[in-house]
Design a protein around this ligand. Structure first.
Ligand code: DX5
Ligand code: ZN
Length: 233
């Protein structure tokens, strides 16, 4: 049995954009819990992807939560646009916002769940004074900008530190903050990532790379393999 406290969030960055609606439907039918939506601006990161128009286009296609990962600078103007386009969760990188507390509040005021994203070299102390405005945190296990990179092993220790912070916060307040991991996640390493403390798993190339002509059910296979690995943690 899969542990219901784990979420798998395929990253649309690795989907076939020529058939995006069908990709969304298929990956959700294969057991995806969330859809991870990577927004890159060729400024905060050296790549350019998709914006609110594409979010709006996929919104009617699925009930699954859309998890918008903003790799943009500045951040604030895009928050209401994505909220209007149907985002459920919006995360951003604290270095990319002049006023982190204000941006978190802006996300919640627009009716979405709010989160901070930590690059491999970004310290967790950005959390110190804003925990009450956070619904989830996401650790990058690659440097942001591209799919298909290798998981950076140091992230396991950082996950442990993040887990300890969030558990201490939950003991104090009774409120649970989710801990998401993004980059290089696949069936072969998801169990150790979960054991280190993550509860929500972004996977782009591992999921969308799994469907080929010889395996039309590749998404089912790879998501099931991830759940099997998680069930053994
Ligand atoms: C990287 C993105 C990730 C990416 C993950 O900047 O934030 O969400 O799509 O892709 P994989 O799973 O291939 O590392
Ligand atoms: Zn991402």
């Amino acid at each position: 049995m899969s542990n219901p406290s784990y979420r798998i969030a395929p990253s649309l960055l690795s989907a076939d954009f020529a058939r995006l609606g069908a990709e969304v439907t298929d990956v959700v039918a294969s057991g995806a819990d969330w859809l991870h939506f990577d927004v890159m601006d060729n400024h905060y990161v050296p790549n350019l992807t998709i914006g609110p128009l594409v979010c709006e286009a996929i919104r009617p296609v699925t009930q699954a939560p859309i998890d918008v990962h903003l790799m943009v600078e500045p951040v604030d103007a895009l928050v209401p646009m994505f909220a209007k386009a149907g985002a459920n969760i919006i995360t951003f990188h604290p270095e990319a916002s002049r006023h982190v507390d204000r941006t978190l509040q802006l996300i919640r005021d627009n009716g979405c769940q709010a989160g901070l994203v930590f690059n491999p070299a970004t310290p967790l102390n950005w959390l110190d004074h804003v925990m009450d405005k956070i619904d989830l945190i996401m650790l990058m296990s690659v440097n942001p900008g591209f799919g298909g990179q290798q998981f950076i092993p140091e992230t396991l220790a950082k996950l442990g530190a993040a887990r300890a912070r969030l558990d201490a916060y939950e003991r104090q307040t009774g409120r649970r903050i989710l801990l998401e991991i993004d980059g290089g996640v696949k069936p072969a390493n998801i169990a150790e990532i979960a054991a280190a403390g993550a509860d929500t798993f972004v996977a782009g190339s591992a999921v969308f790379g799994a469907r080929r002509a010889e395996d039309p059910h590749g998404y089912d296979t790879v998501i099931a393999a991830m759940r099997t690995a998680l069930a053994a943690v």
